[in-house]
Design a protein around this ligand. Sequence first.
Ligand SMILES: *Cc1c(COP(=O)(O)O)cnc(C)c1O
Length: 434
Amino acid sequence: MALVEALYRIPIMEAISFLDSETAFRIRDEVGTPCYLYDEASLRATAAQTLAFPNAYGLTARFAMKACPNGAILRLFRSLGLQIDGSSIYEARRAITAGYEASEISLSSQEFPDDDALKDLVEQGMSVNACSLNQLSRFGALFPGEKVGVRFNPGLGSGGTQRTNVGGPASSFGIWFEDVDRVTELVEAHGLKVFRIHTHIGSGSDPDVWVKAVSLSLNLVRTFDTVTHLNLGGGYKVGRMPSETTTDLQAIGLKMKAEFEGFAQETGREIHLEVEPGTYLVANSGVLLSTIQDQTSTGESGYDFIKLDSGMTENTRPSMYGSQHPMELFASDATERKSRDYIVTGHCCESGDILTPAPGDPEALSPRSLVDAKVGDLLAIGGTGAYCSSMSAKNYNSFPECPEVMLRLDGSLSLMRKRQSLDQVLANETDLSF
Ligand SMILES: *Cc1c(COP(=O)(O)O)cnc(C)c1O
């Protein structure tokens, strides 16, 4: 605990701050580009902050592993005390392969696993949040009388864009709160015991939105007197760009704690808190390192473009959401350089493969001021630890999946994943008769 407290005082790392020019060129020479780099010190700091989340009656902190599921990160987080939120049965199995016990995994999946797969892991102790009425009825038929979590859509959402919104009427995640009577019927029909309410609405960084989410969720807890745990999901916003704010977990957590205490005073029920950040734990601990492999210009009324050896094959967020990522150029020579506005493009033959879209608008271009670029320079794209490696347009244009490297506490580099070979890209193609 002393260590956790000490680490909590480390301010959250700014994107890219852990990477200097010397290390960037060392990575290029030892591993090649493109390459994801993760910073062990930053990962340890965000894990410590998450584990220090204020709570009234106990805390379970989980890593939403879909954000970055490499086994090295899973093992590091397990050694620090984080458990797992899995979003598919495959993730659950991957976490077990990395050393997690099934009992350390909570499954909240859009696609319910088939019966045998589910039975296997539930019998080993994995907990399940039923995320639809259909899932609840299937769980009840398979495990009558068992403990189950129920994920609700409490009717409120606050994601940054429609595509990142995970609550409210436009979201399919969880059971719509007005269907609570249907839940009660299914629970009674199968003799289930609802031990956990789960909500995940992507509440962002505003403490007032979090308080609202807690109070709606506690209303659902009130409906089920068997519930002992409330899982509020993730969605803690991280500032990737200098102008964006990162959630203050202590500030939010203390307000949430007061809600739990109020609920206990009113009902006598001391509810255990679960949090499961993905983004918060990894976003600013990752950098995508690329080489500038070409340049072009579309004239005076057009744009200057720099072309990377990476793109939507490593980071789909700009193309999907118009996400903003900080960028830093590492010059390959010591010449004096001015700065210039650039559109940064990926290497795919796809007009949407742009890394500098307008904020929140993947269709529009937003030139970025960078140091005057030359072919052979390196470009680091920050804030790429979450939903980049895990959400890539893998193998598009037949580019191989790129390597992942960890910058260890002692400054050494360890290879967490090798670059894919062409044989691996082709490995599952079977019909060679054409
Ligand atoms: C994706 C997800 C999370 C993590 O969300 P972040 O925005 O990355 O913090 C947590 N819980 C559930 C159920 C999720 O689907």
